[in-house]
Design a protein around this ligand. Structure first.
Ligand code: NAD
Length: 326
């Protein structure tokens, strides 16, 4: 297929673009490079510098003729969204609406969208299933939920076939493609960067040691970025049918922050200093996905659910980038 990957210069988008190319698809990456990197675009992909805020440019781009669109482009730092809600709504909702308009005008009827576990907010029950109430606690989560809703209504209006994938915590790396956020807010890369610089002076913070969990630290669900990417290939096949499908994507297994710290210490063989810090507002004790629906309906299954294997792949990638042995 001839595919447009919007946001394909970012972490998840670059891995998906690589997997799509390996599966024999033609890939065009459109990205503003706001948080992405030109050298994260696989060399076999065509690259177009484009911003979702530019509706006219999007219209021109879509008219080139694509079979489907995969949409990863977003602002995604939760605390930043709390400080700048309008900016997040404009980028994540407005950008998605511009894309939907351009797809409608060009007659492109298949879409895979990066949604997030943040749409659920603080859950009533674990594991979290797709029918759980959506009560986002940040403008980031709310803006992604609004985009999900717009996609659903667009499906009903024009017969679009769309899949929203609600990722839990993505980690790991795939070949030359890994996680490069600035600032980095995700636990696994923060730990590995600390291991690389042996950061006595700047220890990693563990937010909350008094949660009602076995070791008192928060529990999260980590999914390997390659397993996540492969779910996109399955989702793409499912977009042949009109309508909106929503699937959670996680391991279905929780790991505590303390367990992730220990896994990073084991994988790196380095001390990785960490200190306790107060809980952050809005951080629930446990967030674990039920991915039963995508397993059942699309036959997805993670190949690398083990935490240490996920961390090891991220560490190997970081070592290759930094020139230090990992
Ligand atoms: N990484 C995670 O753990 C995680 C978890 C849940 C959901 N998500 C979602 O997955 C998607 C990808 O996340 P990521 O971690 O790869 O982020 P990322 O920041 O690495 O990638 C986002 C890409 O989109 C591009 N972009 C941003 N705004 C744009 C715009 N207006 N026009 C064109 N390009 C634009 C950026 O330059 C970047 O290349 C996001 O939509 C995010 O909300 C990620």
């Amino acid at each position: 297929m001839n595919l447009l990957v919007v946001g394909g210069a970012g972490y998840v988008g670059s891995v998906v673009a690589a997997r799509l190319l390996e599966a024999g698809h033609a890939v065009t990456v459109a990205d503003s490079l706001l948080t992405g990197h030109r050298d994260a675009v696989p060399p076999e992909a065509r690259f177009v510098a484009a911003d979702l805020s530019d509706a006219a440019a999007l219209g021109d781009l879509l008219r080139a003729g694509f079979d489907a669109v995969l949409h990863f482009a977003a602002l995604s730092i939760v605390p930043e969204s709390v400080a700048q809600p309008a900016r997040y709504y404009r980028a994540n909702v407005g950008g998605t609406l511009n894309l939907l308009d351009a797809m409608r005008a060009a007659g492109v009827t298949r879409l895979v969208f990066s949604s997030t576990a943040s749409v659920y907010g603080e859950p009533d029950a674990i594991p979290i299933a797709e029918h759980a109430p959506t009560r986002p606690t940040s403008p980031y989560g709310a803006s992604k939920l609004a985009a999900d809703h717009a996609i659903g209504f667009e499906c009903a209006a024009v017969g679009l076939g769309a899949v929203s994938l609600r990722y839990f915590n993505v980690a790991g790396a795939y070949g030359p493609y890994g996680e490069r956020h600035d600032p980095e807010t995700h636990l696994v890369p923060l730990l590995l960067e600390a291991a690389l610089r042996d950061a006595e002076a700047d220890p990693v913070r563990i937010y909350g040691r008094d949660y009602p969990t076995p070791d008192g630290t928060a529990v999260r669900d980590y999914i390997h970025v390659r397993d996540l990417a492969d779910a996109h290939l399955l989702a793409l096949e499912a977009t042949t049918e009109p309508g909106h499908r929503v699937y959670n994507l996680g391991n279905g297994r929780g790991f505590s922050v303390q367990e992730v710290v220990e896994a990073a210490r084991t994988v790196t063989g380095r001390a990785i200093p960490a200190v306790d810090a107060p809980r952050r507002p809005g951080d629930p004790p446990v967030l674990v996905a039920s991915s039963e629906l995508i397993r059942r309906e699309l036959g997805w299954a993670p190949e690398t659910p083990e935490l240490e294997a996920i961390v090891a792949d991220a560490w190997a990638w970081l070592g290759a980038r930094s020139g230090q042995p990992a």
